[in-house]
Design a protein around this ligand. Structure first.
Ligand code: F6P
Length: 319
């Protein structure tokens, strides 16, 4: 019987708990002994590792976040701590890891594999959906649904008061969440880091819309744009002549009950990750594209910045 462990690294996403549940079930089905590594790569260094079974994952499928915790580990970047991590795994006979995280975590794992030969498979997990080589990262659907519910609610109050609302979404340097939310919520303006903009270009049209009876505006802006959300709100007040408010959605986008799609994707990602590890996929990321699930190398996933779908960007320009 081989021993296999799972950990979460970086920002948590809704879908990690369903993945943990299936990890335990599928490992046992495959005659593997499953272990949890708590608090991400920090827990790997601190030997916060425990063998688990069905009872450890009962009832967690409905919960956002991650039962086993996560971290952004600076120590794991240092060789001395990776050595300690390897000793901890050796003591428990663990030689396979499933890692839910982003490209930074996968880069760290690749170094770890090269130094110590610990096999791993990455599951792309970030609400930002900014990992090159995969169309989907775990947690994105739930985050988009939370954003949708928030925008719909803000629309109610915006229309009641004749106000412009600037709604800021997460995404770091990637505008995916803002773009999809804009296209699916019918907002009037969308600003993302990938597309240069000049607010002056909207002035005449927005004023005309008010003359024609528009009562409110919804602007969705991604956190990575060149301006602060408050500056966009000030522009609405000063140039468009409409009272405005800023609503930064923040960390609510990372939580919440995992959507059906994320539960299902969690299930599939875990199946592929474990099967891959059992079939000599020693250092890879399981990606999801229009071709289905594919294992990709760390180099492929980390060497380029993810580009947004050109068709969606075209929709942005004509919306
Ligand atoms: O990477 C996920 C993410 O939620 C980004 O969208 C955001 O910029 C960042 O993490 C926030 O990080 P923290 O939770 O450390 O504040």
């Amino acid at each position: 019987m081989s021993n296999i462990a799972i950990l979460c690294s970086g920002g948590d996403v809704s879908g990690m708990n369903p993945a943990l549940k299936h990890f335990v079930e599928y490992s046992l089905q495959k005659d593997l002994k499953p272990f949890f590594i708590y608090d991400g790569l920090e827990g790997l260094i601190d030997n916060n590792i425990k063998e688990v079974s069905y009872s450890d994952v009962s009832g967690i499928i409905t919960r956002g976040g991650t039962k086993i915790g996560s971290s952004r580990s600076k120590r794991f970047m240092l060789e001395e701590y990776r050595k300690i991590a390897k000793q901890n795994l050796d003591a428990l006979g663990i030689d396979m890891l499933v890692v839910m995280g982003g490209d930074g975590s996968f880069r760290g794992m690749e170094i770890f594999y090269k130094e110590h030969g610990v096999k791993f498979c990455g599951i792309p997990s970030t609400i930002d959906n900014d990992i090159h080589g995969t169309d989907y990262c775990l947690g994105v659907d739930t985050a988009l649904n939370i954003i949708k519910t928030s925008i719909d609610a803000i629309r109610d109050t915006a229309s009641s008061f004749k106000r412009a609302f600037v709604i800021e979404t997460m995404g770091r340097d990637c505008g995916y969440l803002a773009l999809i939310s804009h296209l699916t919520s019918g907002s009037e303006l969308c600003l993302i880091p990938e597309v240069a903009y000049d607010l002056n270009d909207y002035e005449e049209d927005f004023k005309k819309q008010i003359k024609n009876g528009r009562r409110y505006f919804i602007a969705i802006v991604s956190e990575g744009i060149q301006q602060d959300s408050q500056e966009i709100a000030t522009w609405f007040e000063e140039k468009i002549g409409m009272e405005s408010r800023v609503s930064v959605l923040g960390h609510i986008q990372r939580g919440g009950n995992p959507s059906i799609y994320d539960r299902l994707m969690a299930y599939k990602f875990v199946n592929y990750a474990i099967d891959g590890l059992l079939h000599q996929k020693n250092e890879s990321v399981i990606c999801y594209t229009k071709n289905g699930f594919e294992f990709k190398s760390i180099k492929e996933v980390t060497s380029k910045t993810k580009e947004l779908d050109t068709q969606l960007l075209t929709c942005l320009k004509c919306s």
